[in-house]
Design a protein around this ligand. Structure first.
Ligand SMILES: Cc1ncc(COP(=O)(O)O)c(C=O)c1O
Ligand SMILES: N[C@@H](CCCC[NH3+])C(=O)O
Length: 422
């Protein structure tokens, strides 16, 4: 397999050819490198060596249980946002004490399951949620560990749909209301205040937004302590961007991010919690697809492939760039062609790239989309009644299918013809 190395940008050859996976598993298929996943986790975790930290991998980025297990074996915790993600993390062997629960809309059933799992902390995002959690905890005779997610009103830059830390976003407790929220929580018997949480967005390609958010939270922690709250945890969320190629900016290296965090939180005496998702999974995976047809349009060449927007939504949703590469090396004298790369779905938005320069391709050729390990399979759907794309993990010279392609019969199994009363 060929994959994109997070740190160097080099392409490496691994021992399982993508053409073999395509022949044996079929396309489209996600292919992950366990070695790259492990390396990314270590690069991130190593940049905080010596600090009291919990690296809670953000399950939403790639929630395959085998991916979670790979990271669990390195000591990763998990950041979950639903009962489903909680179940996945537990099945993968991530202990409750290493799980943090984020999200604006936790249900009482999800709170109950998370309390039963004895999770590390609930990142609470509103006062109504706080009171619901208090009631669920009291009904079990326990206290729920809580950090409020605060909204620092800091712009993370990047795409507006994945920016979360501005006051107009739905996330977190408004900055001016934070101290009152802590006072309210302190009076609730089912709540134990443990820390402060912030997460300002995703694919952040500069250190300045992190610096602005951390500085604000460090000030808040000081004020909360003055008010008598015991704050011993600071969760700074995820968001560190990755190189996607094209003309995207190169994000900061994890080591530089680590140095910033160390500098700004020195002497704070807290456990630092991180929720990286994309940084670990993004460049550990590719989407492998086959060219179905090359169609000559009026003024362009269309590459019609067997992957579609339901399999990899990012280009359609965010106009996101993914590097595309043919699996077989082109002949050296072949002049490149500009292709619009599209899928079979009945929407014009089912377009992966426009006027993308590639070597000449024909039906049956294989291509890969790079940087597809995060928010790829996890955001896939069955739109147009297409089976969910399978996932494969490569380790050394072996690979394993870690999610099968459902049959059409399996896909339709949960639907019912209504048995109306007469
Ligand atoms: C609360 C929270 N934590 C962590 C993440 C992971 O972000 P990223 O994949 O950018 O590291 C997200 C997604 O933006 C999030 O909403
Ligand atoms: N789904 C987004 C990231 C959202 C992060 C979740 N808060 C992406 O593909 O870039």
């Amino acid at each position: 397999m060929r994959h994109f190395d997070y740190q160097s940008g080099d392409l490496h050859a691994e021992q399982v050819p993508l053409s073999r996976i395509a022949a044996e598993v079929g396309t489209p298929v996600y292919v992950y490198s366990s070695a790259t996943l492990e390396r990314h986790y270590r690069v991130f975790a190593d940049s905080f060596e010596g600090l009291d930290t919990l690296v809670a991998y953000s399950v939403k980025a790639n929630s395959n249980i085998a991916v979670l297990q790979t990271l669990a074996q390195l000591g990763a915790g998990a950041d979950v946002v639903s009962g489903g993600e909680l179940a996945r993390a537990l099945i993968a062997g991530i202990p409750g004490e290493r799980i943090v629960f984020s999200g604006v809309g936790k249900t009482r059933a999800e709170m109950s399951a998370a309390l039963d799992a004895n999770i590390h902390v609930f990142n609470v995002e509103s006062l109504p949620e706080l009171h619901a959690l208090n009631a669920v905890a009291l009904s079990k005779g326990v206290q729920a560990p809580v950090a409020f997610r605060v909204n620092p009103d800091v712009s993370a830059g990047g795409h507006e749909k994945i920016s979360t830390g501005k006051k107009e976003n739905k996330f977190g407790i408004g900055w001016s209301r934070a101290e009152a929220a802590y006072a309210e929580a302190a009076a609730l018997p089912g709540i134990e205040i443990v820390g402060v949480d912030v997460h300002i967005g995703s694919q952040i390609d500069a250190l300045a937004p992190f610096e602005a958010a951390i500085r604000k939270v460090v000030g808040l922690i000081g004020r909360l302590r003055d008010q008598g709250h015991r704050i011993h945890l600071f969760d700074i969320g995820g968001g560190l961007g990755i190189p996607y190629g094209g003309n995207s900016r190169t994000p900061p290296l994890p080591a530089d991010y680590g140095a910033l965090v160390r500098r700004l939180t020195r002497d704070l005496d807290v456990q630092m919690v991180f929720e990286p998702g994309r940084m670990i999974a993004g460049n550990s995976g590719v989407l492998l697809s086959e060219v179905l047809y090359v169609k000559e349009g009026e003024d362009r060449h269309f590459l019609i492939i067997d992957a579609a927007m339901n399999d990899l939504l990012r280009p359609a949703l965010y106009d996101a760039w993914h590097d595309v590469e043919p699996v077989h090396a082109p002949s050296p004298d072949a002049a490149s062609q500009a292709y619009d790369i599209v899928g079979p779905i009945c929407e014009s938005g089912d377009t992966f790239a426009k006027a993308r320069d590639l070597p000449p391709l024909s039906a049956g050729d294989l291509i890969v989309f790079h940087s597809a390990g995060a928010y790829g399979a996890a955001q896939s759907s069955q739109y147009n009644t297409r089976p969910l794309v399978p996932e494969v993990m490569v380790r050394g010279d072996a690979y394993r299918v870690i999610r099968e392609r459902p049959t059409i019969a399996d896909m339709l199994k949960t639907e019912r013809l209504p048995d109306w009363p007469d």
